[in-house]
Design a protein around this ligand. Structure first.
Ligand SMILES: [Fe+2]
Length: 291
């Protein structure tokens, strides 16, 4: 079973521009560069985000961690029984001991991995904004139908159901963090956004001021989501992929008698503080691209 969200691998036309923006804004640090791909981290872990070069913007896969080599094979077997398909691995990802690429419903791609390298004394510094993100925390996937992907995440990867809003969105956890993967029902398939956790609300102000200096507005927020109870802002990275910054995400302990929330679909539940999502936020979609 999956034990945590590991990383997101994006394909972008200008790797240097995207890397520079994310280093400045979120305090990510380049760990290594292999075949034009840049590996970025903000923690002791080898990578939290991978930028691969390519003409068209896409997300190549979501990295999901399992405990060891046996768990990797067991999880692939369960994922296949739940409707997934094992794909040929183009190349091993640097910084991990083993991995397997699995395609799920709608063509979404997940790279299961184990044994990520860690640096016990990483040289971590805030970006020029003065912010250092804590980790890559979750992704939100656009799906045409919720049920097949929900079944796949639970039966194939061992995720647990956290919350649902109307018949439009579902949230799933694979650790104590309230959600590692969210699903949004839309006509398009792809990545709605990827999210990094920040330690404090003050960081949101620093990032928002920095974006204003770049002539860029927030796509949504600041606010506090109903499902997950997390603080949020959203903005676009230079490739046009929607980024969420989160803080204070709810935790669900292993012994917690958690009852999944059933939220009505209304703006006051998407943002408890009020404020409507922008059209740019609602329409954000980064399609899946083969690795
Ligand atoms: Fe999110």
């Amino acid at each position: 079973m999956v034990t945590r969200l590991g990383y997101v691998r994006l394909r972008v036309p200008d790797v240097a521009a995207s890397a520079e923006f994310l280093q400045a804004t979120l305090g990510l640090r380049e760990v290594e560069r292999v075949n034009g791909c840049v590996y970025l981290t903000c923690s002791e872990r080898h990578h939290e985000l991978v930028l691969a070069p390519g003409e068209k913007v896409a997300y190549e896969h979501i990295g999901l961690e399992v405990s060891d080599a046996q768990a990797l094979e067991d999880t692939v077997t369960k994922a296949e029984a739940a409707g997934g398909k094992r794909l040929r691995l183009v190349a091993e990802e640097p910084g991990v001991l083993g991995s397997a690429l699995v395609e799920g419903p709608g063509g979404h791609r997940f790279q299961l991995f184990h044994g990520m390298a860690t640096d016990p004394a990483p040289s971590l510094a805030p970006g020029i904004v003065g912010v250092r993100a804590e980790r890559c925390e979750h992704v939100s996937l656009d799906v045409r139908r919720l049920a097949p992907m929900a079944r796949f995440l639970v039966d194939g990867f061992g995720f647990q159901f956290s919350d649902q809003i109307g018949n439009n969105g579902m949230w799933f956890r694979c650790e104590q963090v309230h959600h590692g993967i969210a699903l949004v029902r839309t006509p398009k398939v792809g990545l709605a956004h990827y999210a990094f956790a920040l330690s404090r609300f003050e960081d949101f102000k620093r990032i928002s001021d920095h974006l204003y200096g770049l002539g860029q507005k927030l796509a949504y927020g600041p606010g506090r989501h109903g499902p997950g109870n997390n603080l949020f802002i959203y903005f676009f990275d230079p490739a046009g992929v929607l980024v969420e910054c989160c803080a204070e995400m709810a935790r669900v302990g292993p012994d917690h008698d958690y009852q999944p929330g059933r939220w009505k679909l209304r703006p006051g539940n998407v943002s408890l503080w009020g404020g409507l999502p922008t059209l740019r936020f609602l329409g954000a979609n980064t399609p899946v691209g083969s690795t």
